[in-house]
Design a protein around this ligand. Sequence first.
Ligand SMILES: [Zn+2]
Ligand SMILES: [Zn+2]
Length: 225
Amino acid sequence: MKIRFLGTGAADWSPERRDHGDEYRGNASALINDTILIDPGPTVPYALEKFGIAPESIKYIINTHKHKDHFNSDTLTFLESKGARFIEFDDEIILEDVKIKASTGHHRVPTKHYLFDDGESKIYYALDSAWLLYDEVQMIIDTAPVDLIVLDCTVGHQDGDYRIFEHNNINMVIEMKKTLKEHIKRFCISHMSCGLHDDHDIICRDLEPYGIEVAYDGLEISLND
Ligand SMILES: [Zn+2]
Ligand SMILES: [Zn+2]
């Protein structure tokens, strides 16, 4: 299985910030095996064009939650016009030979996290969230090993920022890595705020000692090779 990140930014990365060049992050969104889109956010059409992905390759669209950086009706209408189907489900579904299991995340509005399992590898996508809820941690332990987890890291190094009650900061991610390293092989962060993070190279430098990877727009991680 592979995951391709179309956007790795929080809601404050508006399209107008594209003058950030290589540092630009679109709103958080990702593709599983180029056919299943997680979150039809407002910057998805731009990302598809930028990374040379035909919108017609997307067969299904699933959504974590309805915050505007993750769900945009114009993007949905555009992708549906290219043949994609928007799917909502509560428990488990199989799409394109990938079993997808939904869990509840800890966020301000109802939010689903997704475990993708193609029989050879497992990816857990946990945006948006502060920490992980006990039930989903238990599910991860029961299904371990999970090959890759994608964790919210909106808040960067900021101390005393109230957003930790619905998003993670870097210390929270490090703590989760320490706690779950026996059960999850690779840890990767996404959903970085424009205003609360340093440049990409500095985030990578800070997290490298902990073995935590930092996603960027266009990054593809292939797990079955
Ligand atoms: Zn978000
Ligand atoms: Zn959100």
